[in-house]
Design a protein around this ligand. Structure first.
Ligand SMILES: Cc1cc2nc3c(=O)[nH]c(=O)nc-3n(C[C@H](O)[C@H](O)[C@H](O)COP(=O)(O)O)c2cc1C
Ligand SMILES: O=C(O)C(=O)c1ccccc1
Length: 358
């Protein structure tokens, strides 16, 4: 993983590298996501007789080979000429879900076609930002359905764009010439052949989410949940799953590390719907830590971009394979066959604790 990251960093234009790597404001949330995993240790159970570990997981009615999903990230063609097609092929081959970004440089129908070409039952979910004009959101949903996406993922942590200091310093505000956010082409209110910008709105509410659900029979996943009360409401409202996420540290910089927010969300959901997590997942230990704390699965953003930039489809495949193999290995070392054998008491804080007087 480090090797692919270093290769990606050396190959990418520094402006694009900063766009992928950067976070909001002081980049505290960005750094904390990884650091919080580093502060946690796993207590293995011994002599558990668990046998061969399995990374398989059932999620929203689909059987996946790995609990590591591909988080939605923008603009894959800036990482590699094959762009989202390469990512989709690698995700399908790995037997996981690709959450296709609304801000993709490839139209969602082309993304699902690429995934299905590798595996007919490939799972592609469509991530969207609810647009202030309901007819624009409705058209995006219609396109995702027509493309064969099996779930919608509404990103709710972005009432405004995050402030990305690196992009501001680099003057990176738009896609370079020759690239476009292809899902935003020919929507209501755009001139023929043109694209419209992705809007973020602080006026959006649970009522807008309810209206979205009236438009579609697809399961709707809520991404960007950190407060347990919002998690409970998501389950009450009939959403299909939540993603505990701080947008990879790119929105609210004061947000907690996601693995620190996870336990309260898991408690609030109380088993009603799956809880997913993204942010700072880099190793199989991170995956198993999240699973032990009650996540059904996790997603990775930047590691996929590193793989893509370094080696295209093969690089993404390597990232996903490495994480799956590491996860199986760590499960085995923890005495677990799968996540059902793990318990939150196996996750403990590192650091010096007081030695009881004797
Ligand atoms: C370059 C980049 C672009 C992103 N674009 C989107 C996006 O279009 N939609 C979205 O919901 N999240 C987006 N995210 C957030 C990711 O879905 C995810 O929450 C985050 O990357 C997870 O953290 P990690 O990168 O540490 O794995 C983006 C993240 C990055 C790094
Ligand atoms: O950069 C991001 O995190 C992101 O979510 C995004 C959204 C719209 C366009 C480009 C990126």
């Amino acid at each position: 993983m480090r090797e692919l990251r270093d290769k990606a960093r050396s190959l990418l234009d520094p402006v694009i590298r900063d766009f992928y790597e950067g976070g909001a404001d002081s980049e505290t949330a960005l750094a904390e996501n990884e650091r919080a995993f580093a502060r946690l240790a796993l207590l293995p159970r011994i002599l558990a007789g668990a046998g061969q570990a399995s990374t398989a997981v059932r999620l929203l009615g689909a059987d996946l080979d790995t609990p590591v999903l591909v988080a939605p990230t923008a603009f894959h063609r800036l990482a590699h000429p094959d762009g989202e097609v390469a990512t989709a092929r690698a995700a399908a081959a790995a037997g996981t879900v690709l959450i296709a970004s609304m801000a993709a440089t490839t139209a969602v129908a082309e993304v699902t076609a690429a995934a299905r070409d590798v595996r007919p039952d490939a799972q592609v979910w469509f991530q969207l930002y609810l647009q202030p004009e309901p007819e624009v959101t409705a058209e995006l949903v219609r396109r995702a359905e027509a493309a064969g996406c099996t779930a919608l993922v509404v990103t709710a942590d972005s009432p405004v764009f995050g402030r990305h200091g690196r992009d501001e310093r680099n003057g990176f505000h738009d896609l370079p010439p020759g690239y476009a956010a292809e899902n935003m082409r020919d929507l209501p209110g755009t001139p023929p052949g043109g694209t419209r910008p992705i809007a973020m709105s602080p006026a959006l509410s649970w009522a807008d989410l309810r209206r979205l659900r009236e438009l579609t029979r697809l399961p709707v996943v809520l991404k960007g949940v950190l407060h347990p009360a919002d998690a409970a409401r998501a389950a009450d409202e009939g959403l299909a799953a939540v993603v505990v996420s701080n947008h990879g540290g790119r929105q609210l910089d004061a947000a907690p590390a996601t693995v620190e927010a996870l336990p309260a969300v898991v408690a609030a959901i109380a088993g009603r719907i799956p809880v997913l997590l993204d942010g700072g997942v880099r190793t199989g230990s991170d995956v198993v830590t999240a699973l032990a704390l009650g996540a059904t699965a996790v997603a990775v953003g930047r590691p996929v971009l590193w793989g893509l930039a370094a080696e295209g489809e093969d690089g993404v495949a390597r990232v996903l394979r490495t994480l799956r193999e590491q996860t199986a290995h760590v499960l085995t070392l923890c005495g677990a066959r799968d996540r059902a054998d793990l318990a939150p008491d196996q996750v403990v804080a590192r650091g010096i604790r007081e030695v009881p007087a004797c």
